[in-house]
Ligand binder design. Structure first.
Ligand SMILES: [Zn+2]
Length: 146
């Protein structure tokens, strides 16, 4: 059988069969066949998935040819948002945690010029952005980084 990349990706991200079939508009049996073909364990009926927040985040990202990572999930008030266990999280914040291994100080935003980019190395918090500006100012003179 031919493996569909979108189904395989969601399965690997830990999504449940019926969630995937609903999201992609495919038959649950097709999803189950993919699961078997990929050698992934069946999800136990009636139990919530063990998808981690990071996996949930990853399932909504899409790399671009020019090195960014675009958010394909929900945007809430202009902020990419991922729902996990009934709570909403900023996708920028999760990207920052993945990239730095710690919580950001202040609001996170992409520092690149690509709107909606959630690439961990492109997302910075307030102090991080100020550091970048100061470094640029030190190299090129005041005002260069404005
Ligand atoms: Zn970027």
């Amino acid at each position: 059988m031919k493996i569909r990349a979108d189904i395989a990706e969601l399965l690997r991200a830990g999504h449940r069969d019926n969630a995937i079939s609903k999201q992609l508009g495919v038959c649950p049996k097709t999803v189950a066949r993919h699961r078997a073909a990929l050698g992934l364990p069946k999800d136990p009926p009636g139990r919530t998935s063990h998808t981690s927040l990071e996996d949930a985040w990853r399932a909504h990202t899409e790399p671009t040819d020019d090195g960014h990572l675009l958010w394909t999930g929900t945007i809430n008030n202009g902020v990419p948002t991922v729902r996990h266990k009934g709570r909403r999280h900023s996708a920028y914040l999760i990207a920052y945690r993945i990239g730095r291994g710690r919580d950001p100080q202040g609001r996170c935003r992409p520092d690149c010029d690509r709107a909606g980019c959630v690439k961990p190395s492109h997302v910075d918090d307030g102090p991080g952005r100020a550091r970048t500006r100061n470094t640029l100012a030190a190299i090129f003179g005041q005002g260069a980084a404005e």
